[in-house]
Design a protein. Structure first.
Lengths: 88, 354
């Protein structure tokens, strides 16, 4: 489970870096506990874009009302894991 | 207007954005996702008094003015520091305080000013200027108590690329839009459309009915077809703003007044300052004191529909309709942004959240 989560965290970091064209950070150095809004500076439209890519990549349904909860890469990874295990 | 088409087969976002026309428009509009707005009432005075005016409804009209330029400068600097990148200057009539508008534009370079257009704003204030139109000059004389209003508005903003005329449809001026749009087209000026949305407690004759919504949709469709270079609108704008349901019921309004979350987006950053430079989260939206059930306001849609990208990314047609809406919003609000041809020329059903 832990290895799966770590893989998901790395993949989500890649998606965020790619979609937002972030520089000076790599999937390996992206702190999964950084607050994406307060510390990375992403806003709702950025998060919607990321959510669409994650939806397609992991084959899960994401509720728009869940956006405010998805504040760190780790939380997103746990959300993905929960959805994939049938927790929705 | 033709009945909106149902949604097609669900596609991945990668499949949708692989279509060249959609990819190009998506890359064009996403460059503006940095925009974060707040709105500011500039003065409690106006040089006309219109029936159904939003400003002179509710408590904000009684707030005192803050004419001190240094106070405004401090406010706008603080706004910029907290991340606001787009200023909307409104109520009651910003052209009466051009010196304050200039300070706002100097500190936050992107913005728009809502004005009745009777007094020209100096050209060095480089914001988009929204000039309100409520019908032809006969109707303006009746509702706004101002004679020859459109003629004076057009003269004040002739050859001014900042200007866009905002025609507010009521049940009683639908046919007049044809005359007004033709005049503006002949004068080389642009128009977009607004819907009268009743203020709280309003019981007057301007509130729309199902029949007037349908007639407005037909007129908008005709004008968009006949004047594609003059009219800044799209088939999906028509659907969103003339639907039997208001914008909140269709798309769930993200402004603080209806959105308790402060985590992200408008719920986090939007403020609506009154003339005393105070703001109230419980009242904060783009047009305070509007009855949310009746809200089809163009300014509201610009945020409410735009914010719902996720639910529109289901198939190419629905996403193209959303892109048309965002392209229109940017052309209406961002000085210097040029609207492209609409990608979807027919109505699409607004998608549900799930």
């Amino acid at each position: 489970m832990s290895a799966d989560i770590n893989q998901t965290i790395t993949r989500i970091a890649e998606i965020i870096i790619d979609e937002l064209k972030l520089e000076d950070v790599s999937p390996a150095t992206f702190d999964p506990d950084l607050d994406l809004v307060d510390e990375v500076g992403i806003d709702s439209m950025d998060l919607a874009t990321i959510a669409l890519v994650i939806r397609d990549e992991f084959g899960i349904r994401i509720d728009e009302d869940d956006y405010p909860k998805l504040t760190t890469i780790r939380i997103i990874a746990e959300y993905v894991a929960d959805k994939r295990s049938g927790g929705e | 207007m033709a009945a909106p088409t149902p949604h097609g087969k669900t596609c991945s976002f990668a499949e949708i954005t692989a279509i060249p026309a959609i990819r190009e428009r998506w890359e064009k509009v996403r460059r503006y996702f940095f925009l974060r707005e707040s709105t500011y009432d500039m003065t409690n005075r106006c040089n006309i008094r219109c029936e159904g005016c939003y400003y002179f409804t509710g408590a904000k009209q009684f707030a005192e003015e803050h004419p001190d330029e240094s106070v405004w400068r401090s406010l706008m600097q603080a706004e910029r520091e907290r991340g606001i990148t787009f200023a909307v200057l409104a109520g009651a009539e910003p052209s009466l305080v051009p010196q304050l508008c200039r300070i706002c534009a100097e500190i936050i370079p992107c913005g728009a000013i809502a004005t009745n257009g009777l007094k020209a704003l100096p050209r060095d204030i480089d914001y988009r200027i929204h000039i309100s139109v409520w019908g032809n000059d006969r109707t303006s004389s009746e509702i706004r108590k101002a004679d020859n209003l459109l003629v004076r508005q057009m003269a004040n903003y002739r050859d001014d690329p900042r200007a866009v005329f905002v025609y507010t449809f009521t049940p009683h001026n639908i046919d007049e839009a044809k005359e007004v749009t033709a005049l503006l087209a002949a004068n080389g000026q642009q128009i977009t459309f607004n819907m009268f949305s009743a203020p709280i407690g309003y019981t007057g004759p301007l509130r729309h009915s199902p029949a007037s919504l349908a007639r407005t949709a037909e007129m908008m469709t005709e004008l968009l077809h006949d004047h594609p270079r003059t009219v800044l609108f799209s088939a999906y704008n028509i659907v969103a703003h003339t639907h039997a349901l208001g914008l909140h019921d269709l798309f769930s309004c993200p402004y603080p007044r209806r959105n308790p979350s402060t985590a992200i987006g408008l719920g986090r950053s939007f403020r609506q300052y009154r003339t005393d430079l105070q703001w109230d989260r419980a009242a904060a939206c783009c047009v305070p004191d509007t009855d949310c059930r009746d809200c089809r306001h163009y300014a509201a849609g610009s945020a409410v529909v735009t914010a719902r990208m996720f639910r529109h990314a289901t198939d190419p047609e629905t996403f193209a309709a959303w892109l048309d809406y965002v392209d229109t919003y940017l052309a209406v609000w961002m000085h210097g942004y040029t609207k492209g041809p609409n990608l979807c020329d027919h109505p699409v059903v607004p998608p549900a959240s799930h």
